[in-house]
Design a protein around this ligand. Structure first.
Ligand SMILES: [Zn+2]
Length: 264
């Protein structure tokens, strides 16, 4: 036989919560925990109040009524929080950005950041805020997607800046752990009253570190950025080829700080 909720239970910090089977269950108006139907007895409820909310033991009924009222008002907030609002989506992007900048594993969001945020919200702002923050989408997969999104956006912004401005290309070389030759393409361009420098690409040289290969890689990247500017390079392949040939005849190391000007 299921127990029934009594209004007097509010004196022990519990309000009525009716579950989907129409069974009465006690819900704490402070921590919002919902207990089993068998806990609907004064002794059990009192124990929760004493153990978990010791500082509220001697509070008046008015105080608990007020808490119950606050809890009912916060229900609408919680149901809207199930579907990420703009604020929560933006928050998960901000977390992803920090994770990327600190080079931390994606899983840290769900394993550490979210529990910390919840604990801080609960302590400083209350249970409603903690419940809302706990719906923040922060799984490893979400973080991965957010970082890819932001990376693509930065890339597109860079392309847009390069299309709108004259720019200078600088090449550098490196080698990855598998001893593969990499070519780094830096660009410098005017942005407002300032000069900006960005990494346009880091590509591996598939086979050889020859002039032809370097030309092909750089040309492909420039073509992606700006067909018009690439055109001047393509229309004068002798200029581009001879410049790169000159550099790579010394050695790929000397490609390091060669500066070209395309489309100027
Ligand atoms: Zn409680």
């Amino acid at each position: 036989m299921a127990r029934k909720y009594q209004p007097v239970f509010l004196n022990y910090v519990f309000t009525l919560n009716i579950d989907k089977h129409n069974v009465h269950r006690p819900q704490c108006v402070i921590c919002l925990d919902v207990l089993a139907n068998e806990s609907l007895r004064p002794q059990k409820l009192k124990r929760h109040l004493e153990k978990k909310h010791g500082d509220h033991v001697n509070k008046s009924r008015e105080f608990f009524l007020q808490k119950e009222h606050e809890m009912n008002n916060s229900k609408s907030v919680m149901s809207s929080a199930v579907f990420p609002s703009n604020g929560l989506t933006k928050a998960s992007y901000l977390v992803a950005e920090k994770i990327a900048k600190e080079k931390k594993p994606y899983t840290i969001a769900e394993q550490l950041i979210l529990p910390c945020a919840k604990a801080m919200c609960r302590e400083v702002l209350g249970e409603t805020a903690a419940s809302k923050i706990s719906t923040n989408p922060l799984s490893a997969d979400t973080i991965r997607r957010r970082i890819i999104d932001m990376g693509e956006d930065i890339e597109h912004q860079l392309y847009a800046n390069l299309e709108a401005n004259k720019f200078v290309v600088q090449l550098d070389e490196s080698m990855d752990v598998a001893q593969k030759a990499l070519i780094l393409i830096f660009v410098r361009y005017r942005h407002g009253d300032d000069f900006m420098e960005d990494l346009l690409a880091c590509d591996d040289l598939q086979t050889k570190t020859t002039a032809g290969e370097i030309f092909a890689v750089v040309n492909k990247r420039i073509a992606v950025v700006n067909n018009f500017k690439a055109e001047s390079m393509i229309s004068e392949p002798r200029y581009a080829k001879s410049t790169i040939a000159l550099m790579s005849t010394i050695h790929i190391y000397n490609v390091a700080h060669g500066t070209f000007e395309f489309g100027l």
